[in-house]
Design a protein around this ligand. Structure first.
Ligand code: RM4
Ligand code: MN
Ligand code: MN
Length: 420
């Protein structure tokens, strides 16, 4: 389904006056609209269908049945918000059978391919060795070799699609004390990652994503930012840590982690989501919007200090699972939440904050941060959309145009998307 730009202007026309009134109160901050317009967040191919828990899954209708339809869905999202001009693929859930065609299809929607993701956390039909006891850490060299080769295959697919990075998330670890020699597991994993790293094209990045728990519950071999950083440092300049917001132990200070990884030039990218308890993969900003703002505050501080380009120098991606909401509406909410947090963080008066810190004026420091956080920046985000020809209110558009019903009409009510 392609969205006609005339439909978007018809949607915007009756809303524009109210928008202009709201925007006028933020005129003083209009310089950040360009930054907001440039900021793009990649959509994961595995989050376009309904997710589930280990207890059950309740699929909705009209879910994309194949990679082509997933690309269409991301094209649709991007037409509505002009903020997601790329898709991130998980292999083998989304193998591009004809990469050239797939690349052209994506380009016809104005999309490119973000990070490629490998999967050595599930066994695939016909696979020779099992990952039951880990992949890159495995005590058996043949298993490690299989995992290495899979990652190399993923890079090769990515090269054909024009991607420039691979994200390696390993479920490796142990579930019971004594099961694993921690050092051997680390060293096997490092050696395996090195083999993959050797196959990186020179303009590629490798993201090493950590996670504190699940599916292993006693130890994880890439369990926290310290371990990710160790791997990334040992691998070389093309390797970086990747922060998934749901992968920390409760109450971790993620903004501090981000700040230090940036300082070490080892922050590669982000998987945005939100959570209450663990890797809940909920809509970004639905539970802890203040934390998200604090993270963006550190991101901007650290990136500006190093002269980095906000929109292109780190990998920005959503990694979520939509169990009870329409996946497309959920993704629109997530992208909006990210842009709101980014806009609020751009409002922080860094000079004033610096002065207040030097004076140990704790109250003032908090005031500065919270003044920014409590500013309603939604008109700025909407203005950025408007300038790019997107919808002022993407969810309203989605509902008014009955997009889901149309997708059900095209694809049927009993479709199942690959993914989580
Ligand atoms: C993991 C992790 C990875 C994602 C898989 C599906 O928990 O977040 O990034 O690829 O889930
Ligand atoms: Mn992730
Ligand atoms: Mn996760």
């Amino acid at each position: 389904m392609k969205i006609d730009s005339k439909l978007i202007s018809d949607h915007n026309d009756p809303l524009i006056k109210a928008h202009q009134n709201r925007f006028s109160s933020l005129e003083a901050n209009k310089s950040i609209v360009d930054k907001l317009a440039a900021f793009q967040i990649a959509i994961p191919s595995w989050a376009l269908g309904t997710g589930g828990t280990r207890f059950g899954r309740f699929p909705g209708g009209g879910e994309p049945r194949n990679l082509e339809e997933k690309i269409e869905d991301v094209g649709l999202l991007n037409a509505l918000n002009q903020s997601s001009n790329s898709i991130s693929l998980h292999i083998p859930w989304d193998i591009p059978e004809d990469p050239k065609k797939i690349r052209e299809l994506a380009a016809s929607f104005g999309l490119r391919f973000d990070a490629m993701n490998s999967n050595t956390f599930q066994d695939q039909p016909g696979q020779k060795h099992s990952y039951k006891f880990g992949s890159m850490q495995n005590v058996d060299k043949a298993v490690r070799q299989q995992a290495i080769q899979h990652n190399i295959d993923v890079i090769n697919y990515g090269v054909e699609l024009g991607s420039r990075s691979i994200t390696v998330w390993l479920s490796d670890g142990s579930t019971f004390p004594g099961q694993l020699n921690f050092r051997d597991a680390f060293e096997n994993t490092l050696e395996s990652l090195r083999e993959v790293y050797k196959n990186l094209p020179p303009d590629w990045k490798m993201f090493v994503e950590y996670k504190a728990f699940e599916p292993n519950f006693y130890s994880m071999t890439v369990g926290d930012w310290g371990q990710s950083l160790l791997y990334a440092q040992k691998l070389g300049p093309q390797a970086f840590a990747l922060v998934d917001l749901g992968h920390h132990l409760p109450n971790a200070n993620i903004e501090q982690i981000v700040s230090l990884l940036l300082m070490e030039e080892k922050l590669g990218g982000f998987h945005f989501n939100d959570s209450k308890y663990g890797d809940d993969d909920l809509t970004v900003g639905s539970i802890r919007p203040y934390q998200l703002f604090l993270i963006f505050n550190e991101l901007i501080d650290g990136m500006d200090r190093r002269g980095m380009n906000h929109s292109t120098d780190l990998g920005w991606m959503i990694d979520a699972s939509h169990n009870i909401k329409d996946p497309l509406e959920d993704l629109l909410q997530s992208v909006e939440a990210i842009k709101i947090a980014y806009a609020q963080a751009l409002l922080v008066d860094r000079n004033q904050l610096d002065v207040a810190r030097r004076q140990n004026d704790v109250v003032k420091c908090q005031e500065i941060l919270q003044n920014a956080f409590r500013t309603d920046v939604r008109p700025l985000v909407a203005e950025a959309r408007l300038r790019k020809g997107a919808a002022l209110d993407p969810i309203k558009f989605f509902r008014d145009q009955k997009v889901r019903d149309k997708l059900i009409g095209e694809r049927g009510s009993k479709t199942l998307a690959t993914g989580l």
